[in-house]
Each structure stands twice: as structure tokens, then as C-alpha cells.
Design a protein around this ligand. Sequence first.
Ligand SMILES: [Cu+2]
Length: 124
Amino acid sequence: MLLTNKMTLLITSLRTAIVLTVAVLICSSLIPVMAGDSISKEHVVEIRNLAFTPKELTVAPGDTITWINYDFVPHTITADDESWDSGLIEAEGKWQTVVKANMTTNYFCRYHPTMKAGLQIEQK
Ligand SMILES: [Cu+2]
């Protein structure tokens, strides 16, 4: 009986430790978000009729951009210097990336080289 009580106590302590650890992890992951100058934004670029809309998008490092392909043909989102690339985005497909301060800002589609657009990256 004494052993059972000790086991129960041990399990309860373990549970408490796990709950506390999870709580600390959640809180510490929120701190960098709250400490930033502003909350990261999410942007959407639509691909329709072989064009990116908006053609010029103002973003900040840490923001997320999602490209959505509304065309019936696949496209890519490829940096002019090819330093980043979505790969093939099927019809109705989408692709997402997080803005980096020093990323290449002009991009195009590998299949339709006349499809060009750019990002304006605000430096914080
Ligand atoms: Cu294309």
C-alpha cells in the first residue's frame, strides 16, 4: 500500500513537471513574437492570366508571402538570380515563403519568362 502511494505521488509529480515544462516552452516561444517591433504580416500574391497581382509587393523581413495559382497551367516563382525557387506550382496550388532581409526581390516564372514581379523589402 505504501509503495502504491509512493508510485501515485511520483506519477503526480511527473505530470506536474511535464505540464510546467510545456507551459514554459509555450511562453518562451511567444516572447520573441511580442518583443518584435511589429507582428509579422501575411501577404497573398495571386497568379491569374499569366500575371502576378500585385506586381510590386511591399513586405518586411519575417513576413510570410503566399502565392496562389488560379490559372489552369503550372507556374514557378523563381528569383531572378535563382537563389530561391518555388518549384512547379500546379493549377490551384500555392506556395509560401518567409521574407528575409537580404533575399533577391525580383522574380519570374520559368515557364513564362514574361511573367515578372518584385518585392519591396522594408528594412527595420
Ligand atoms: Cu508561369
